[in-house]
Design a protein around this ligand. Structure first.
Ligand code: TYD
Length: 198
């Protein structure tokens, strides 16, 4: 099973990805816990570039998919083939939300890149950790230094959130909308409650 966690800044995805992976491991399931951009050596190198400086919007979308392709081929696909559950902090939905929704990139380019680079590998289940933009940005700010996406203006983050909602409406069977304003333990419980019985 391929599970992704998505959401805007300060939603708590990384914490919840760790907790979900730990819960699955405790059930005796082999798990790969991974993240994007990154999750493979070349993809981590691209992450460094992507977080350090802005690019032309198309170049940026291509770089995210270049990182994703490395991650998919070197980490995700082999793990799935070996029978592991993959828990991934962000995936292609992030590129739709940030580069198409936030930055106004071309949705057709996004769809073409999904078709031509992901080998038909697509999440079975996606948790959208949803919370008001202001709440998320305040949490992210309290956490310390902002990356360049976090530092974008609130309108950008409102567009990101709307784009996520559009994706969730388009694929309701894949998405589970989780109220990320709840306490951490309750979010973790809500996520576990959506999993198929062990
Ligand atoms: P990260 O520090 O992992 O942030 P977060 O904890 O919010 O996930 O940095 C990843 C940043 O990259 C995040 O701000 C969102 C952005 N991003 C994109 O813009 N497009 C993408 O396709 C992905 C995977 C991430």
């Amino acid at each position: 099973m391929f599970i992704t966690l998505e959401g805007g800044e300060g939603a708590g995805k990384s914490t919840q990805a760790r907790r979900l992976a730990a819960a699955l491991t405790a059930r005796g399931q082999p798990v790969l816990l991974t993240r994007e951009p990154g999750g493979a050596a070349g993809a981590e190198a691209l992450r460094g570039l992507l977080l350090a400086r802005p690019f032309d919007a198309r170049a940026e979308m291509l770089l995210h998919f270049a990182a994703r392709r490395e991650h998919l081929v070197r980490s995700i696909r082999p793990a799935l083939a070996a029978g592991a559950t993959v828990v991934c902090d962000r995936f292609a939905d992030s590129t739709f939300a940030y580069q198409v929704g936030g930055q106004g990139g071309d949705p057709q380019l996004w769809a073409a890149l999904v078709t031509h680079t992901l080998e038909g590998i697509w999440p079975d289940l996606t948790f959208l950790l949803d919370l008001p933009v202001e709440v998320g940005l305040a949490r992210a700010a309290a956490r310390g230094e902002a990356n360049r996406y976090e530092a974008a203006d609130p309108d950008f983050h409102h567009r990101v959130r709307l784009a996520y909602h559009a994706l969730a409406a388009r694929e309701p069977e894949r998405f589970r909308l989780i109220d990320a304003t709840l306490p951490e333990d309750e979010v973790a419980e809500a996520i576990l409650a959506c999993l198929p019985a062990p």
